[in-house]
Design a protein around this ligand. Sequence first.
Ligand code: NAD
Ligand code: ZN
Ligand code: ZN
Length: 502
Amino acid sequence: MLHLHDLHLYPLGLLWADPSLLAAWGGISAAGGASLDLYKTKRDIKYCFYDLTNNIFWRSVVIKTTSAATTTTTSESTSSSSSKSTSSASSSASSISTSSTSAKSSTTSASSSTTSSERHFSSNPKCKAAVAWEPGKPLTIEDVEVAPPKVHEVRIKIIASGVCHTDQEYLTGQFRQFPLVLGHEAAGIVESVGPEVTKFSQGDKVIPLFLPQCGECERCLSPKTNQCRKNWANTQAGVMADGTSRISYKGQQVYQFLGVSSFSQYTVVPDTSLAKIRSDAPLNKVCLLGCGVSTGYGAAVKAAKVEERSSCAVFGLGAVGLAAIMGCQAAKACKIIGVDVNPERFEKARLFGATECVNPRDHAKTIQEVLLDMTSGGVDYALECVGSPVVMTSAFESTRDAWGTCVIVGWSESEAINIKVEKILMGRTLKGTYFGDWKSVEDVPKLVDDYMNEKLKLDEFITDQLPLEKINVAFDHMKKGIGIRTVINLWPEETTPTVDTV
Ligand SMILES: NC(=O)c1ccc[n+]([C@@H]2O[C@H](COP(=O)([O-])OP(=O)(O)OC[C@H]3O[C@@H](n4cnc5c(N)ncnc54)[C@H](O)[C@@H]3O)[C@@H](O)[C@H]2O)c1
Ligand SMILES: [Zn+2]
Ligand SMILES: [Zn+2]
């Protein structure tokens, strides 16, 4: 019988047991060792064993803690074969490997129970991913391995991914560990699910989410915020709940970005960071709802709560800013002023609902002074969609006193903004938004419905579609202000991923 004291607990819930003990205990190969994951249900503590040598063999153990003596029950699944399968990017999930499974269970204690969460674990696939090896350097396309999903995880075939300014920010920045697979604005198809996953199954169309919604925590239960913190620390650190990434290159761990990493043909995400969407949604369009468009649109309609006949200024006319303009128009604002230093964005801004556009470089006065003049005292709502602390101050100061609201949408991890106390005292509100204040899991499918029902534009944001191999062109265009959003097509000529049989 396996006892609790035979298992050694390591940080982040990862357990390792002596390989010889496992071999003695029941046939798990000692040569390569085995990893174990701890997960808890209401009644039991379960351990999931991964045989690292055979990889396609797994065993779960239920250790009942309710009785005086800790007892174990084992159940075993053996995947004995794996084969390549073909797939269609447009309509179905491709199974990286298929496996035949035989299950048996042996009870080692009369008072033990059996597990109910057996899943097929396939072998590690090789697929293409754009890897950032060092900050500021171009990405390189590599054959990475994407390990099977562990408990409460889902492996997705990524079909399309937008390139967001935040990807660029973290490519140049010093805030994440490298090597790293960036990308967080995507859509794909569920390829396989790990143990305890109940809400997703193979073939589901999904949008991975950099902001989770577990539905159970204090924040999820509050209508005041969308900021669930499930898996927050580990996904910000580039790893999954067990402290490791599912992506590797020749045995070297490659970090995941915001728990997503969509610049990879396959990725693994927590099941609380995934929205299931309708099956007729075009993935190469709705991927934009994974970040930029949802964020900007929500910044206007949910965070700012723009009112009918109000005046608005939107700073920065990239995808996020244009979506904010779309939100201001949906809220029936009567004056919507687009502000950008790149006048080539003005035509699109008008298409999305801007009533006027201003280039700060065309004026001797500050942009806040220009806007105060244009609106006889300031706008009711200002939305900063650039990510510059200087522009944030301008946006705040361009709001009307007494009730003006400024929403910070642009991203900055370490910089501070300069705000005069007097401006706050005069009744202005300054707030920020993460993912447009949407409750991610429940709201993203509704935004997909809005697009399908032609209440929300998406196609108009997409100015380029490129294969993964050309991803550096997308970053280059973003830096130069060419186009709005580039969508990366991960499977331009549907290919079959190879299977690493270890
Ligand atoms: N809060 C969130 O949850 C969230 C989510 C997504 C993106 N973001 C952030 O939103 C910002 C916009 O993202 P994007 O993908 O639309 O970026 P983008 O690069 O496509 O667009 C930025 C726009 O700002 C303009 N700009 C630059 N300097 C300016 C200035 N001084 N005044 C006016 N305009 C200026 C650029 O010309 C460009 O048109 C980024 O900072 C991004 O990181 C935040
Ligand atoms: Zn983004
Ligand atoms: Zn939560």
